[in-house]
Design a binder for this molecule. Structure first.
Ligand code: NOJ
Length: 762
């Protein structure tokens, strides 16, 4: 009794003495606040802050009996993730702030990746919009919905550059280009965090997976990464760095190794690069059990790998409890220091102060508000608009598109009538069955104006075993057990009675995403057979292609007149696709990743090096040149490519000077005219090439872009400014350097078809 009175007195004295002297809102201020709490904590409680369990299956009202609840009471939990609903979160938070000794609030995280309940296109899709304002808006809406439901921390954006479409997680990133990836990282973080994290509708972002997770060997998830420093710094690091510059609150480690050391134990990466070079001052969380996985990487037992992670600069341990169960022992044995534990706990407390959780631990869980904002009609309307901007028109021979709202349409394919698959991978908070399928969307758009004959025609894949692996997470593929020939016959009969065929084909949502790598990235063979049969009817076909990755669709590109790539467009997919199919919206998406001719070309990307034996442009094959015997070096569709219902022409490329000095700027202008009969948007892209340097440089690098809207018949001039800094790069010693010389400047509507000029910059 006497002890506890003394403790309460001590606590009051310390809190009274700990009024911060630093200016409110500064980092120093939050550090002082955190230190005042840290001073009261036992070693066990400090280590508890570093522990991040997954919510598991806590249900409302039962939180207090769960195993996690016991740990929360003992001060052994810093945060919890993937618990959904304001009520449940309030329930669990109550345990922390009423039943634990120090009453430190928990931080609640979630994988809010491309929307909360209102789902936007998968990240690869939204990147295709090249519209930073809309991308920022999508993150803003995600934050508004998630925060109303109690979430104050999202594990997004994923900014892993990837050039390998075999890797399932290309769907969750923004494609192959570091510059576009960096711009999107900034837009997402601004959307989530706003400029005041303590507001009840802004949430903390987490850039992931640091680093190089998008470059596993053979495209196999979690596989080894081995890369030169100059490639890391010039290409793969840029989006993570941009995220830090945009003020991202947290960073997640990747599962892979880098230079032979897994990211979660990589001190060079987590401390030298991230904190010392880039100035990151938030906290670092591991990916799911990434510390424990270092045992399998071969770095030692749980105590050893946990100590390595803490020393490397990791602050929070997701799920694995390596920190919780071993750090005390490591401290006793002198393997880690008290300061390392204090630093990690402080960073987590600082984040909680910044989010305003100490002021009001229930700030982010508002049951009433949640009912109003989550999946609201207003948000869904914006999601529909954004979805339509993400579609990429790959081919439109004979202007099959846009379709007219009349006659008879045969709607076929395994993705035609599937609501649950529309949201794509990583949409944990969504109610899948509330999504709009393509069939729903077409029926709404057409009403009585036209007739739809629906026939499934094919399963997603022929092999039931493979199909069962991708009919998961509440996203059924509705396998049809009838023989293939019967399904094809039915679809062909529908086609014969129709004026046009809409073929909704491609991948199921879970054929991409985590642990969903593929070695065959063509359209599944059974779906191809259906397309062949449909083609034989002679009816015009629109292939609406659902995919979470660039696919190798050479046969389709050669045989099907019209292809609209729709990725997985989110909860409003069916309406948005209808908007574009009928020309209410003119497609303007551009590919953020190269589509290969076949899987053997992978990795194929536009910003490649020239090599010492380049193939002359336009050539197919030359002996002793860098090429293949059996396929040309060309991609099927290059980075930045996408058609429109209208026609854009580029002319009059002008530069302010062809000889620049030092820190002058270069102004580049170009005229774009809309010479077709539809209004539409075009993404104007500027690339450069550094012609002579101390290290080999890419043949093209995106350095600027602008999306502009032109009415039919309208002409506009676009101006870009390039600064010396934009032409600098990291040299062999990873130093950011300026090397004067000759540069090529290229402007156009994709990375292949460009108007070029040259400049000297000394
Ligand atoms: C593993 C994934 O790699 C990561 O992206 C995700 O945020 C965590 N699991 C938490 O669900």
């Amino acid at each position: 009794m006497r002890n506890s009175i003394l403790f309460v007195l001590l606590l009051m004295v310390m809190l009274a003495c700990s009024k911060p002297t630093a200016e409110k809102g500064t980092n120093a201020y939050y550090i002082q606040k955190a230190d005042s709490v840290l001073a009261l904590m036992t070693l066990e409680e400090k280590i508890g802050q570093l522990n991040l369990p997954a919510a598991g299956d806590i249900t409302t009202g039962q939180a207090s009996n769960s195993n996690i609840a016991e740990k929360i009471r003992e001060g052994k939990v810093g945060g919890l993730f993937n618990l959904k609903s304001a009520e449940k979160i309030r329930d669990v938070q109550r345990i922390a702030v009423e039943e634990s000794r120090l009453k430190i609030p928990l931080i609640f995280g979630m994988d809010v990746i491309h929307g909360y309940e209102t789902i936007f296109p998968i990240p690869l899709g939204i990147a295709s919009s090249w519209d930073m304002e809309l991308i920022q808006k999508s993150a803003r809406i995600a934050a508004i919905e998630a925060s109303a439901d109690g979430i104050s921390w999202t594990f997004s954006p994923m900014t892993d550059v990837s050039r390998d479409p075999r890797w399932g997680r290309v769907s969750e990133g923004n494609g192959e280009d570091p510059f576009l990836g960096a711009a999107i990282a900034k837009a997402m973080i601004t959307g989530y965090q706003g400029d005041d994290l303590s507001l009840d509708n802004t949430i903390m972002a987490c850039v992931k997976h640091f680093a190089l997770y998008g470059a596993p060997e053979a495209g196999r998830d979690y596989h080894t990464v081995d890369m030169s420093r100059q490639r890391m710094f010039n290409e793969y690091f840029l989006p993570y760095k941009a995220a830090v510059e945009a003020g991202v609150g947290t960073v997640m480690t990747s599962f892979n190794d880098i230079d032979g050391i897994p990211a979660s134990a990589n001190q060079w990466l987590m401390t030298e690069v991230l904190r010392n070079q880039w100035g990151f001052d938030g906290f670092v969380v591991t990916d799911y059990t990434a510390i424990n996985e270092m045992i399998d990487h071969g770095l030692g037992d749980l105590q050893q790998v946990s100590a390595l992670a803490l020393k490397a600069g990791v602050d929070m341990d997701m799920v694995g409890e390596g920190f919780l169960t071993t750090l005390e022992k490591s401290l006793e044995e002198g393997k880690i220091t008290q300061k390392q534990i204090d630093d990690a706990a402080r960073r987590i407390l600082v984040a909680k102060f910044k989010l305003g959780l100490f002021e009001d631990p229930y700030r982010y869980a508002n049951v009433e508000k949640s009912k109003q904002v989550v999946f609201s009609q207003e948000h869904r309307n914006i999601a529909r608009e954004i979805a339509a901007q993400s579609f990429v028109l790959l081919k439109n021979d004979g202007n099959v598109l846009p379709l007219q709202k009349k006659g008879t349409i045969a709607l076929v394919g395994p993705m035609a009538d599937n609501r649950e698959n529309m949201t794509g991978t990583w949409s944990v908070a969504a109610n899948f069955e509330k999504s709009v399928s393509l069939k729903d969307g077409l029926e709404k758009a057409l009403g009585e104006k036209a007739r739809i004959i629906h026939a499934r025609g094919a399963n997603v894949v022929e092999d039931p075993e493979l199909e069962s692996r991708v009919s998961i997470f509440g996203k059924p593929t509705y396998r049809d057990e009838r023989p293939e020939a019967v399904m094809i016959q039915e679809a062909v009969a529908a086609a014969r009675n129709a004026d046009v065929i809409i073929a909704a084909m491609g991948e199921a949502a879970e054929m991409s995403g985590e642990a969903s790598s593929r070695t065959d990235i063509e359209l599944p063979a059974n779906q191809r057979r259906l397309l062949q049969a449909l083609k034989a009817t002679g009816k015009p076909i629109v292939l609406v292609l659902f995919t979470g990755r660039p696919l190798a669709i050479k046969w389709e590109a050669e045989n099907i007149p019209s292809i609209l790539n729709v990725w997985f467009a989110g909860s409003e997919a069916g309406d948005a696709i209808s908007d574009v199919l009928f020309g209410d919206v003119n497609p303007s998406g551009k590919l953020p990743a190269t589509f290969p001719q076949n899987v053997g070309q992978v990795p194929i990307y536009y910003n490649q090096k020239n090599t010492g034996r380049p193939l002359p442009e336009g050539e197919w094959f030359q002996k002793f040149r860098s090429n293949y015997l059996d396929v040309s070096n060309d991609p099927l569709y290059p980075f930045g490519f996408g058609l429109s219902y209208t026609e854009f022409n580029y002319s009059n490329l002008q530069i302010s000077s062809n000889s620049l000095k030092g820190d002058q700027s270069l102004i580049i202008s170009i005229e774009i005219s809309n010479d077709g009969k539809y209004d539409g948007a075009e993404v104007v892209q500027l690339y450069i090439r550094d012609l002579v340097a101390s290290i080999t440089r890419p043949v093209k690098e995106l350095k600027a872009f602008e999306k502009l809207f032109l009415k039919s018949g309208e002409k506009k001039k676009v101006e870009f400014e390039l600064k010396q800094k934009d032409l600098m790069f990291y040299d062999q010693d990873a130093k950011f350097v300026w090397e004067p010389g000759e540069f090529e400047i290229m402007v156009g509507g994709n990375s292949r078809d460009l108007i070029k000029t040259k400049i000297d910059w000394n």
